[in-house]
Design a protein around this ligand. Sequence first.
Ligand code: M6R
Length: 612
Amino acid sequence: MCGIIAYIGPRQAYPVLIKGLHRLEYRGYDSAGICLVNQHLDIYKCKGKVSDLEKFVADKDTSGTIGMAHTRWATHGEPNQINAHPHISQNQKLAIIHNGIIENYASLRSELINRGYKFKSDTDTEVLVHLIEDIQTQEKLDLEESVRIALNQVIGAYAIVILSEDHPDKIIVARKGSPMVIGIGKDEFFVASDATPIIEYTNNVVYLNDEEIAVLERNKELKIKTIKNKIETPYIQKLEMSLSAIEKGGFDHFMLKEIYEQPRSVRDCMRGRINMEKGIVHLGGIREYEQKLLNAKRIIITACGTSWHAGLVGEYLFEELTRIPVEVEYSSEFRYRNPVLYEDDVVIAISQSGETADTLAAIDLAKSKGATVLGICNVVGSSIARATHAGVYTHAGPEIGVASTKAFTAQVVTLTLMSLQIGHLKGTITRSRYHQILTELDTIPEKIERTLRMNEKIKEIAGIYKDVKNFLYLGRGYNFPIALEGALKLKEISYIHAEGYPAAEMKHGPIALIDEQMPVVVIATKKGTYEKVISNIQEVKARKGKIIAIINEGDVTVKQLADHCIEIPETEEMLVPLIATIPLQLLSYHIAVMRHCNVDQPRNLAKSVTVE
Ligand code: M6R
């Protein structure tokens, strides 16, 4: 949720930290702060975005070659200067930044208050820095050991960085449940919540594991031990991310760039996985688990938000192609409701970030009940990718905009490939049908490109409806999850209330909302329940609602009924979500821009939700 960056080495730390914070700002942006170690701990923090922090420190001394910085998404304590990180110990000698939640902070806090500690903030984080000071002074232990002992008392999730005035050449880092990457350069170390701020300096990284503490010292080797005091050998990996992938590349917003990247990201997701000549799908990551999927009595898909919508498309795909019953669960519900799970269930966890706390907990639960858990993640090396038994990466490339776009289409492509392959191996689809779908899948990137050409038309429609208060999105079959996804996109970035519904459910309630003020986006592509959806459009028109229809190119029937039409190429019914979602992404993008909303960093949201 929060973004963390730290640096030690020969460079001036401040520019590295500020640049890094900008790259991590998608993780949280309600306050920011920085700490540089010189004679003392120089700490500057303020409410607002990283640019506000830059203005705040403009006239301050920002020299120093060791430091850390933080961009916050508030959990405990409102977003203000006092609650912003870093937090400092009572003796002013230790500073901490933290991503995660210390669940037992209240009891630790009252113990520390009884021992004379005075708290300045309302955060859970401040508890930890006082606790470390307390252990250091009471038990006369060195800093590393004090951190280790403190972490053994903590319940919850953390990624922390600690700096000490007494150790101006040392950074201590630890994680549990929140991500942390260490970049290893020549005589320098970088620490960050993800690899995006590191990639321009080095591609040698170590992903810290849960309950590991790393010590980064000037001119020394990286040291790692667990909180149980076991020494670990750092496992250095090569990053395969390019700098251009995390920059806007001439687009006004990351979201728009990522929408336009979809022909490529969909292609990348399929690359090397479909052999058109032989007509086979190869998903190396789950090869050893194919048999588990073939024998599965049930598949349970667990995810949150947009990834959950991809999961719903997955349900339709798996059931149609493999005849295996599928349930789709919100991770946050699944983890707490004592679900019935069997050893021959296969659980598929979907997550762009690979860090979503609820999905991680759902995975742990499923594993504890003996189920096989497969992951579909975008971020390589992420916690979910590592927590699952096996998985498939979506290869959509870094997604920086908080609203998920290209990750969604890549998740749907991945689910299509998985279900096709299992259906093929199981014999629940014929060989010719399998080939037909694969061949059509190969045309999707070009069809997305054609759909993107509707941008100007979509912008016009956005201009007409940008000031309305409510939107309804309707779809049936494979297009129902797309209606949900379209509504989510609109509400999260434009703050317009929107609801997605299966079109036929409208008459059971939402139809009461319809009047001449209500725009209704209907996905009315041919095949499937096309005729039924036309009837639903008639029902809306009869009540003077405004119809924005997503139709297939050349469809004259819906054109006569709808107020506005966005034409998309025809494809297999099960592949329509990959195309129909594009105009809905663009519609919400343009409406949000016209409403002067911060598209890439919508209020109250963060890209990866590492708290429950
Ligand atoms: O990283 P994940 O896919 O696990 O994230 C799940 C949701 O938080 C995410 O999809 C969220 O709903 C997006 N902001 C939607 O655009």
